[in-house]
Design a protein around this ligand. Sequence first.
Ligand code: DAT
Length: 176
Amino acid sequence: MTRKLPNIVVTGTPGVGKTTHAEQIAQNLGFKHVSINQIVKDEGFHEGKDEELGSWIVDEDKLLDYLEATSLSETGGYVLDFHACELFPERWIDLVLVLRCDSTVLYDRLTARGYEGKKLEENMDSEIMQVLLDEARESYKEEIVVELKSENADDVEANVDRVEQWVEQWKKDREA
Ligand code: DAT
């Protein structure tokens, strides 16, 4: 592997703070924030919407071809922000952050976003049952999966600091 910078996945249930974290990490480290949802929507890499969950039914082949054509796997320095993680090939990814949130806090965030009914219920269940954490642990090596609390602004600051330190160490390890 010749990447000069690591690639980071920020994952978790909708509303846990992926965008908030990914933007901050990208800004502080000069990394590229890639909102996978945005790409899927803008490039039409989907087969319509799952009406119940309100999320795109992603055409993974098209999405991965698109990502493959970027400098992601060669240069690194990407922050991939998505509510799933198993689709990204292991060889691309150096760190997986799984954001977690207390269910009352998440409930307030999702209702503020207009989630209701089945969509609200399914996403709440997903967080309570730690679906994304399990998916990350099943898809990547244990040592690159990190669970982080994202309930308040202090958490964001502490998490971003931790990632910055981790990236510094990653670089040092490769220089050695
Ligand atoms: P996601 O991208 O996972 O859907 P988001 O970053 O858009 O989540 O955050 C959803 C809302 O919650 C948004 O209004 C910002 C707020 N939020 C997220 N994480 C937070 C945190 N750790 N502290 C305070 N507010 C947070």
